[in-house]
Design a binder for this molecule. Structure first.
Ligand code: HMG
Ligand code: MG
Length: 299
């Protein structure tokens, strides 16, 4: 089994969408460019959602307009519907992420649709995207539990994952939206999904509400998962799932993987520096434990 692990940086989108302060666009861009310089090859920059629903992402057009692209890097944007797709295309985006959930209640709160409606809308987006040569990634949220409906069964997740693959998604990210997963539940999810889909097309997206995210990553790599989403500094959360906190920090993920002997191609020093530049504009410290430890390290 390969020792290469692929990290998708979601800090500029998932990390910043939940901040109370509006971060200036040039600060976001410096964060993005710093992360790509660190070796990140897939990064989610922003979302073309309704600015009334998520005001911190209102500068999505400006982000793409001022982006300095590096060859070989995939720059994603989250889009919730055809209007979002059209905005993303006009801004020069060539890779989009569609997002739905395994829970009806969460899908309604988050994007004001049923799961079936979201899939119908995404079918239209995916058709346009494929015709335009735009890469399409998928997300399923509330994989382990929903903040409104409680526990979610992996079989229900598998049904939605199948629909996203049927739409032509090149990979599907499995969101532990409210950060409640534990390694035992990770084993169950990987067991059920692994019987239906190649593990190489599934991505783990852990939030760290209960402090289990790093343990969940360790369990996932052990089970053969090689793709992870993370957020530099450990920022993150979903405005429509109040119990959610930050994503697993990119620094924490890299530190773990490096010490387990995996190759990520990403430099921790540079990720720490990029997150540090952003932290000066936040009203609170970064949640990442490795971030703090790294700056004061003696070994
Ligand atoms: P709605 O109010 O039902 O929209 O919102 P609508 O279709 O009824 O349209 C109402 C108005 O909004 C119309 O304008 C549309 O043109 C406009 P009007 O005719 O009234 O002038 N509109 C838009 N404007 C700009 N951009 C758009 C857009 N779409 C419609 N894309 C909508 C539906 C999906 C837009 C809304 O619910 C929304 O924006 N939701 C986004 C929620 C969100 O961003 N959540 C966080 C991301 S998901 C997440 O964090 C989880 C994840 O990390 C994985 C995990 O952790 O589980 C991915
Ligand atoms: Mg998330």
């Amino acid at each position: 089994m390969s020792d290469r692990v692929y990290v998708t940086e979601v800090g500029p989108r998932d990390g910043l969408q939940n901040e109370n302060l509006i971060i200036p666009t040039p600060v976001k861009l410096a964060f993005i460019h710093g992360l790509v310089d660190a070796g990140i090859e897939q990064i989610e920059l922003t979302s073309f959602v309704h600015p009334r629903w998520v005001p911190t992402m209102a500068d999505a057009e400006e982000i793409f307009g001022a982006l300095e692209r590096k060859p070989g890097v995939r720059y994603l944007a989250l889009v919730p519907n055809v209007r979002g797709y059209e905005r993303a295309r006009s801004a020069g985006c060539d890779a989009v992420a569609l997002f739905t959930a395994a829970s009806e209640a969460f899908t309604r709160k988050n994007i004001n649709m049923t799961i079936a409606e979201s899939l119908e809308i995404f079918a239209a987006v995916a058709k346009r995207a494929h015709a335009d040569g735009v890469a399409v990634r998928g997300y399923v949220s509330t994989v382990y539990a929903c903040p409104f409906a409680g526990k979610i069964e992996p079989e229900a997740v598998a049904e939605v994952v199948q629909c996203l693959f049927d739409l032509g998604c090149y990979e599907v990210s499995l969101g532990d939206t409210i950060g409640v997963a534990t390694p035992a539940e990770v084993r169950r999810v990987v067991d059920v999904l692994g019987k239906r889909f190649p593990l190489d097309k599934l991505v783990m997206h852990f939030h760290d509400t209960w402090g289990m995210a790093v343990a969940n990553v360790a369990q996932s790599v052990e089970l053969g998962m090689r793709r992870f989403d993370s957020s530099a500094g450990g920022l993150g959360g979903c405005p429509y799932a109040r119990s959610a906190t930050g994503n697993v920090a990119t620094e924490d993920l890299l530190y773990l993987l490096q010490h387990l002997g995996y190759d990520t191609g990403v430099d921790i020093d540079q990720v720490v520096a990029a997150a540090e530049g952003l932290a000066r504009h936040l009203a609170h410290p970064l949640p990442s434990r490795v971030h703090k430890a790294w700056k004061g390290r003696v070994i």
